[in-house]
Structures are given as C-alpha cells and as structure tokens.
Design a protein around this ligand. Structure first.
Ligand SMILES: [Zn+2]
Length: 441
C-alpha cells in the first residue's frame, strides 16, 4: 500500500462533514485536512530523533522536543512531570551466527527485558514451535543446553496482538531460521539492566474559561522501542496530539473546560507514564471528565473503545454527531489493557481508546520496519480532525461527558469485561489489589 503521500491531501473537508454541529468542531476538522505542520513534525521526531526507548538519550531529546513544540503551539502551560519506572533495560549488542551446516550471519534483536549471555554461547538450535510450555516439554532432553527457535505468526488483528502478549512470557529469543537437522548457532547478547529510574511526561494545557478545574485529556505515548523509528508506534499519534493543541489554540476561543495534551513515556515498559500521571494527579481524578488515547499508528479510526462503559455510548454518539463524514461512529464495548487509558480505567475516569484499523499497523509492530514511510498521511490527518474535534466537544459541552466510577464499580467492570483475567496474566492484578495502581475512591 502506498502511503505517506504529501501531495494528495487536498480533500474538500466541507464535503466530509455533513452536519453543522458545533462550529468550532467543523473548523477543527476542516483545518486538519489543510496544510498543517503535522507531517513535518512527525518527520523530525522519526528521522532526527529516531527510536526512543524510555531512559535513553533519544527519549530525553524527544521529551525536550515535544515540550518546545507545545510551547510554540501557544498553549497556556507546559510541564515536564517525572514518574518512576521500576526497571531499566536497554539493548546494546545482539549478534548471532549460524555455524553448521553452513556458516552465515543471522539478524537478530533482543526481546525486551531479556538477559545478557555474557560471552558468546555456542549451542545446537532446536525447533521449539510456538514456544509454549508444551512445545518446550515435547523437546525433552534435546532442549537441554540448546538455543530454542520460537516461531510467531504474523499478526493481523488486535486479537492476534493480545495472543502474542499472552505467549511472550516464556520466549527468550527468536531468529528467522527454519531449524532442520543439526544446526549450531553462536549467540551473543549484551543488554544493560538496572533498577528503578525516573522519566518524564510532557503535559501541556489550554485552560478552560468557565470550569478550568475540570479536565479533558488527550494522550498518546512518545516513547518507542529502539528498532525502527517509532513512526506508527506511536510517533504518528504523538505528533497528532501536538497538532491538536496547535489547532485548538488557533481557534482563538477558550473551551469551557481545561484540555490537557499529554505525551506519556514509559508506555512500552508497562504504561508507567500514565500510571505515574494518575498517581500524581490522584486528587484531581474526580475532575477528569474524560481521557482519550490514540495508540495504533495512522490506521483509520472507525470509532472508540468504550472500555466497558455502556453509559458513555450515547454521549459519545452525540459528541461525534457533527462529524458523521469521518465515519467514526462504531464504538465497541471492549475494555483495553495495553495502552495509556488503563490507569484511568482503573480510577473510574471515563476513558476512550481510538479503535484504529490494525492490519496496516501490526506487520511493523515493534519492528525495524516501523519507519516514516509506513505512515498513512491521509488517515493521520483524518485522525487529527477527529481527535481535535472530539476533545473540543468534550471540553465545551455544558453537560459532563460521564461520571467517575467508584472502586466497587470498577471491580465489577473488570469482572464483567474479563479484564481481571488479562490483568492476572500480565502481572498487574497485585498492583490493583494493593492499590499501587489506579487512584481509587
Ligand atoms: Zn504504542
């Protein structure tokens, strides 16, 4: 699929937008399809800063870059808010070579949080299928002292992605070699691991004119892994959040409530930036009217995950009614644990995750191929229209978007949506039970 077409974005925005709705919504949506700095910003982030794992010098540069962009956008305040990340990990060297039956180099990458090998290991390669405990057990003695080749399926849907999350625990390393017969491999991994450290979220704010204490949050994560340049995951949406701030400032009209534009870091390691934000702002959670998160690249948005909140369906339909030309009215009930809405969900705050087309995103997911050329500029602009017009509505509407759930209600939501099962599998359940995660009341 041909993507990233700068030249062909002259869309008649007016034709896309069928109903009058809020005049500011129409202006925001129209602006998003005009010549905006969105793609140039994304190019800077990807090509001049590049891959930016949290804790890396590149991530620090990205944080400073984003703060400067928000300031230039004309927002009222920009703050860098620190938060703890429990464990440091960075890949340094990953080398592998096939020694027999033929000698040739292998291209590999270290899986996040994998250990170092020390000196190079030389061992037979065994085919461990999908890497499940059953597949390892089936190898019997052959697994002893061997390097296991684990094959993963190409991911096509969000369900495939969550399958992969469930499976990734026992996997250590994979190479792209089909193991047939007696294959010997040399493997050397050097990874830096360390204890807790601090990173920072970038928090920009346009203050509300009438209820400045009430907050509508638009968020995306700024960090990435080091393979590729984090264009789809999630530079596209980080640049989009900056552009939404710019767009709303350009309206020269203050919204009724405050809008916070937040670029989280520490997402890839476990959503630590949004967890840190929620704990730091725990006393304000009652006044967080909504948190809207984008984290699936430049895929077309068909609606928003309601995260188990049927009570949000009608007000969301109303918020999107003036944007029917963007065709984003399918709002699935599913609850998402895997991006920065999660700690808002645990805190009972109305939270939405953009339901974006997964097929173009997943082949490049956390891969070397996640670079600027993968970005679909047309859809990214449509998402910018949707995001800016939606958060404007949520901040401007006289009625509050949704209420905050109590801890007991969140507990029920977790059971009803089966999110509790997933949280146990991801090792998050204890943090919820012990109230280390989610600002509860
Ligand atoms: Zn992401």
């Amino acid at each position: 699929m041909l993507r990233y077409r700068f030249g062909s974005i002259l869309l008649a925005a007016a034709a896309l937008l069928c109903r009058a709705g809020d005049d500011a919504q129409q202006r925001l949506a129209g602006r998003a399809f005009s010549a905006t700095p969105l793609l140039a910003d994304l190019e800077e982030l990807c090509d001049r800063i590049g891959g930016r794992p949290t804790g890396s010098p590149e991530c620090e540069r990205a944080i400073e870059w984003a703060a400067a962009k928000f300031k230039a956008a004309g927002v009222d305040t920009v703050a860098l808010e620190s938060f703890p990340v429990p464990q440091a990990w960075a890949a340094e060297t990953a080398e592998a070579e096939c020694l027999a039956p033929e000698k040739f180099p292998l291209r590999i990458a270290a899986a996040p949080f994998s250990a170092s090998t020390g000196a190079a290991l030389e061992a037979p390669l065994v085919d461990a299928g999908d890497g499940s405990p059953q597949a390892i057990a089936a190898l019997g003695d052959r697994a002893r002292g061997a390097i296991a080749l684990v094959t993963s399926r190409e991911m096509k849907t969000l369900d495939d992605l969550f399958d992969e999350y469930f499976r990734s625990g026992p996997m250590l390393a994979a190479a792209r070699l089909a193991a047939q017969g007696a294959v010997r491999v040399r493997l050397r991994l050097v990874n830096r691991t360390g204890g807790p450290f601090e990173s920072r979220n970038v928090v920009a704010e346009i203050r509300g004119r009438e209820r400045p204490e009430e907050v509508v949050l638009l968020g995306a994560h700024l960090d990435s892994w080091e393979l590729g340049t984090g264009a789809e995951d999630n530079g596209a949406n980080a640049a989009m959040v900056i552009d939404a701030a710019r767009a709303i400032h350009e309206l020269q009209r203050k919204p009724r409530r405050t809008i916070r534009f937040v670029l989280f870091t520490g997402e890839e390691q476990g959503m630590w930036g949004s967890a840190g934000y929620v704990l730091r702002h725990a006393s304000e959670m009652d006044r967080h009217v909504a948190a809207v998160v984008f984290d699936m690249g430049s895929g077309r948005t068909s609606g928003f995950f309601l995260n188990g909140r049927e009570d949000l369906r009608q007000p969301l339909a109303q918020a999107l009614a003036g944007l029917s030309g963007l065709d984003a009215a399918q709002n699935p009930p599913d609850a998402i644990d895997g991006t920065d809405n999660f700690d808002f969900l645990l805190s009972g705050v109305p939270n939405l995750v953009a339901n974006q087309e997964a097929a173009p995103y997943l082949p490049d997911y956390h891969a070397e191929s996640d670079t600027l050329d993968r970005v679909n500029a047309r859809e990214l602009k449509a998402n910018a229209a949707l995001a800016s017009a939606l958060v404007w509505w949520l901040a401007e509407s006289p009625e509050r978007f949704g209420r905050r759930l109590s801890r007991a209600e969140v507990e029920k939501l977790l059971a009803d949506t089966k999110l509790d099962v997933q949280m146990r599998a991801f090792g998050q359940w204890d943090d919820w039970q012990s109230r280390r995660r989610g600002a509860s009341r």
